[in-house]
Design a protein around this ligand. Structure first.
Ligand code: SAH
Ligand code: SF4
Ligand code: F3S
Length: 461
């Protein structure tokens, strides 16, 4: 195994990766880079690369189009450098497999979401033989990868540009999803729920903390159903407890819990675990019970609001964020107004709102064309929702004005420090005149808030 001590010694070839989609995809990208890191270093432009990986997302039609747009832009590069290897991974790869190769001759290999360990051999084979390869087989068990840094002799050998060495560690705890929401491709592209062995989760967190991580972001489609498929069963709350005992894990977050899986021990975590951030991303999707039923979300708005109340009781300063889909088939103005009502009651810190998008192999395709919501109506509702959310976000952020908040520093470029508050609000700050504090990434700094916008805070220390 080769380790590279400094950039000067680093004669590895370049790999460029473009990641679309969610943090699960970002995490998979990280794994691909780690697996390739003996021969390839990450480069920031496709022009510098010998290998290009596109990690795709299929959650909405727009996301899927991005793959084809990017391939179009890469065409001239491949024409001038026939040695260039282009691989497509992620959810579109899993869903479309061979069709990607048929549709676009630029692509050398397609790698699905269960076959990441094959990336190095797919790259190697592409260099030898230009016959396109497709690896999209389903795998029942968790695909645990070899740990490149297991035998790491000392910390100075860590290669910054490969395995995640940032302040926030993304750590997958669960793969796939058993929920079958009628609009969603994820169960199709990621398969059934498979929980990861807790020992492997703790090992990865320990490793990433050694490499400088101070915040752990646990990833899964319904994180709070973690462990029900393990034998013996492991509770999500127990996992969080164990993670909180790892020295130097200063903040714990997770995305996303599912409202129908929220139990008492989950809510209690917000009182019991001091390092669990006072923030929850709790997807609502719609505030109309009729639409929730059609989406197969298996909770009602009354239960959702009850969970919000219980969370606020345990953790009065909790920031709540959510996902909402606008214009699901048959959504009426009344349904939409019900969504706005829930938004007014919860007063979210931020909302990811999406126009409903028809996706292949989902059961919502069974709605008739005349049940689909027109584009202008979707757009109008989206704008109204976002205006309301903007007002709430601004009023939350203004409530921090002139107060001192704790910021975990994530970047320190040119003496402008950036990070997040415990509530996950973006904060930018600089040092006051005379401030001699030496600020490094991973430090938690007390910042006085001077300005607030709907998108974040600015202040000094
Ligand atoms: N497992 C997570 C969500 C994963 S997908 C959960 O259950 O909350 C991320 C978000 O994309 C979803 O919460 C939903 O709001 C949105 N989304 C998924 N499919 C969509 C579709 N067909 N059209 C529009 N938005 C969609
Ligand atoms: Fe998709 Fe629903 Fe599963 Fe989330 S819970 S990944 S929205 S099927
Ligand atoms: Fe997209 Fe797949 Fe994530 S569809 S949102 S990349 S799980």
């Amino acid at each position: 195994m080769t380790h590279f001590k400094t950039e000067e010694l680093d004669s590895r070839k370049g790999v460029y990766v473009k990641t679309f989609g969610c943090q699960v995809n970002e995490y998979d990208t990280e794994k691909m880079l780690m697996l390739l890191s003996e021969e390839y270093k990450r480069v920031l432009t496709p022009e510098e690369a010998e290998v290009i990986l596109i990690n795709t997302c299929s959650v909405r039609e727009k996301a899927e189009h991005k793959l084809h747009g990017l391939l179009g832009r890469l065409k001239p590069l491949k024409e001038t450098n026939p040695e260039l290897v282009i691989g497509v991974g992620g959810c579109v790869a899993q869903q479309e497999g061979n069709n990607i190769i048929k549709r676009n001759k630029l692509v050398d290999f397609v790698v699905g979401t269960h076959n990441i360990s094959l990336v190095p051999s797919l790259v190697k084979n592409s260099k030898i033989d230009r016959t396109p390869q497709v690896a999209v087989d389903y795998r029942d068990e968790w695909e645990e990868l070899p740990d490149r840094f297991d035998a790491m002799p000392d910390e100075s050998y860590i290669v910054k540009s490969t395995f995640n060495s940032s302040v926030r560690a993304l750590v997958a705890i669960q793969r796939g999803c058993d929920k079958m929401c009628t609009y969603c491709v994820v169960p199709g592209t990621r398969g059934k729920q498979v929980s990861r062995d807790p020992k492997e989760i703790l090992k990865e967190i320990n490793l990433k903390v050694r490499m400088g991580a101070r915040e752990v972001l646990l990833l899964g489609q319904t994180v709070n159903s973690y462990g029900v498929d393990l034998n013996p069963r492991v509770k999500f709350s127990k996992l969080i407890q164990e993670i909180s005992e790892i020295p130097n894990v200063k903040r714990i977050r997770f995305i996303s819990p599912h409202p129908a899986e929220v139990k008492k021990d989950f809510i209690d975590l917000y009182k019991k675990i001091p390092s669990l951030c006072p923030h929850i991303h709790l997807p609502l999707q719609s505030g109309s019970d009729r639409i929730l039923g059609l989406m197969n979300r298996s909770y009602k708005t009354s239960r959702y609001l009850q969970i919000v109340e219980e969370l606020k009781e345990k953790c009065p300063n909790i920031a709540i964020t959510t996902d909402i889909i606008i214009g699901f088939p048959t959504e009426t103005e009344e349904d939409f107004l019900e969504t706005l009502e829930v938004v007014k009651k919860v007063k979210y810190h931020s909302v990811f709102s999406f126009k409903y998008s028809k996706r292949p192999k989902t059961s919502a395709l069974e709605f008739h064309d005349d049940q689909e919501i027109q584009e202008e109506i979707k757009q109008n509702r989206l704008v109204r929702l976002q205006e309301l959310v903007g007002e709430h976000a601004l009023s939350h952020n203004k409530s921090y004005l002139n107060k001192e908040i704790e910021v975990l520093v994530e970047s320190t470029l040119e003496n402008i420090y950036k990070g997040r508050s415990q509530e996950n609000v973006h904060v930018e700050f600089f040092k006051d005149e005379g401030q001699t504090l030496d600020i490094k990434m991973g430090d938690i700094i007390k910042v006085k808030v001077l300005r607030a916008s709907p998108h974040g805070l600015k202040g000094t220390c």
